[in-house]
Design a protein around this ligand. Structure first.
Ligand code: BG6
Length: 507
């Protein structure tokens, strides 16, 4: 029965959001993501009091482990990677609900054991038959695991309980494979049971894009083609491919992060205001703007892909991509990608969005720079403004989280000279709370059934639609360019902007 007082019904968003009775099943529990991100995030949530007392964690993998071995593995991962301090009483309680199921993904018996384990946990821990299945497995196993869940009736939601599927990227490797995968997943799970992870959406600074734009009056009036010259979205990493040759080779930078993280950043930067801050309204606006993205006609001039060559990184010698262990020496996989996109709508017509990403670049930084047009007229003479760049609003996603506004100011002295200065907001200075890890936020949202921060099928498919022609063009035309490790990418990417009379920021 609904109360007659809408104010009483409204949830106070400042109150802690605590998950109800539930458990998490992780497939691929021995993988890197699980150890470095998922297990520590579960502990951090428990430590912050956001999980129910009987919360349960089931690991499913091939390894010959007992429950204790699994718990030991989680313990080590938590000790090494968790964000919040270790507290024995939290660990003791959490470890009560840890179980391990040994088996291959095609092993029917193992899935029956999983079902039994879940039932036992319902009785012992009070999980209420509410379980999320986290598919932290190589993409080739997605269909098999999903079908096994169906075959063993593990996706069924009975008597008010819930079952949810959490799917890690990459969600397909092109539009056709993403559609196939969506079909397979939706044969088993209804759309509101599926949570596709794009961990960038779990980052505080990424959520802040919407707060900055829509909770203030200052920025929105100039957030359009009348004032914005162009937008640069950069995701630079200083690391190479590390031990991920098997995953990365053949996928490359554009599929790895432009298709998801960077296009989501573009969508949040460029979309219209949603009618409400809820999953449907957000998805509607993101879908609309992704659907309006247009590729320039000449892909040779508006896209660049490249591979890192040997060089120096952080004072150490670094090998080139083709010399990395496990990489085919003839590989044409991109470790750097830059693309110019346009958005065909009234707000953005004619404003280029330049996206770039790369491994082994100068330093790790992700930012969105909204670069404004120059003043239409200047009363100062040319020499006074020689050192003045374009005004810019830079959303610093990581690592130095915050926002910078760059504008011109008079240099103190008897003559008139205007130079760039900046006004800074830094999370570390303005807030005492530290930001939760993206995976903490996203796992909690899955347990709460809150889908705001998860891309929908349409968004994933539209993103592939943008990327597919670029990948096809690259596959047909020549080899990737090269850039020295530790630099800011290939000269071809600088040329791409220079042709438009612009240059990349050096963050
Ligand atoms: C992942 C990519 O999605 O994001 C990796 O697969 C990349 O290649 C990683 O290194 C970067 O994440 P973050 O949060 O460190 O920017």
């Amino acid at each position: 029965m609904s109360s007659s007082n809408p104010l009483r019904d409204a949830q106070d968003r400042r109150l802690p959001r605590i998950a109800g009775p539930s458990g998490l099943v992780i497939f691929g529990v021995t993988g890197d993501l699980s150890r470095k991100k998922l297990m520590p995030a579960v502990y951090d949530l428990a430590n912050r009091g956001l999980l129910p007392p009987g919360f349960s964690l089931i690991g499913f993998a091939r390894r010959e482990w007992e429950d204790e071995d699994f718990a030991d593995e989680v313990y080590r991962a938590v000790k090494e990677h968790s964000r919040t301090p270790f507290r024995d009483e939290v660990w003791q309680q959490l470890s009560q609900g840890m179980r391990f199921v040994q088996g291959d993904f095609d092993d029917d018996e193992a899935f029956e054991t999983l079902k039994k384990t879940m039932q036992e946990l319902d009785a012992a821990q009070g999980t209420g038959s509410n379980f999320a299945f986290y598919l932290s497995v190589p993409p080739k196993f997605f269909p098999l695991v999903v079908q096994q869940l169906k075959k063993h009736n593990l996706a069924d939601q009975k008597d008010g309980s819930w079952r949810r599927a959490v799917i890690e990227k990459p969600f397909g490797h092109d539009l056709a494979s993403a559609k196939d995968l969506n079909e397979i997943v939706h044969e088993v799970f209804a759309p509101d049971q599926v949570f596709r992870i794009d961990h960038y959406l779990g980052k505080e600074t990424v959520q802040n894009i919407l707060a900055l734009r829509f909770a203030n009056t200052l920025f929105e009036p100039v957030w359009n083609r009348s004032y914005v010259d162009h937008v640069q979205i950069t995701m630079a990493e200083d690391i190479g491919i590390g031990g991920r040759a098997g995953y990365y080779d053949g996928i490359g930078a554009a599929r790895d992060v432009i298709q998801n993280h960077l296009l989501q950043l573009l969508a949040l930067t460029a979309m219209e205001e949603p009618a409400a801050f809820d999953a449907n309204a957000l998805a509607a606006e993101k879908t609309k703007v992704l659907g309006a993205v247009r590729l320039p006609k000449d892909l040779a001039k508006s896209t660049v892909r490249a591979q890192y060559a040997a060089g120096w990184q952080g004072g150490a010698k670094a090998v080139g991509y083709l010399e990395e262990e496990g990489i085919d020496p003839k590989s044409t996989t991109d470790t750097y990608a830059a693309v110019k996109l346009e958005i065909d709508n009234r707000r953005w017509a004619g404003v280029p969005f330049y996206l770039r990403t790369g491994k082994r670049l100068g330093r790790r930084v992700t930012e969105i720079a909204v670069v404004f047009q120059r003043a239409p007229h200047s009363p100062f003479d040319h020499t006074a403004t020689e050192e003045l760049g374009q005004n810019a609003l830079v959303i610093r996603v990581q690592p130095d989280e915050g926002v910078t506004l760059r504008f011109g100011s008079k240099v103190p002295g008897t003559s008139l000279e205007v130079r760039d200065v900046s006004m800074d907001f830094a999370y570390g200075e303005s807030f005492t709370e530290s930001s939760p890890e993206a995976y903490e936020r996203l796992i909690l949202d899955v347990l709460l059934g809150d889908a705001n921060l998860f891309p929908r099928t349409e968004e994933v498919e539209l993103s592939w639609k943008i990327l597919d022609p670029i990948e096809q063009f690259w596959a047909k035309h020549g080899k990737p360019a090269q850039y020295e490790s530790g630099t800011w990418g290939p000269v071809e990417a600088d040329d791409m902007l220079a042709r438009d009379g612009r240059s990349w920021r050096r963050p």
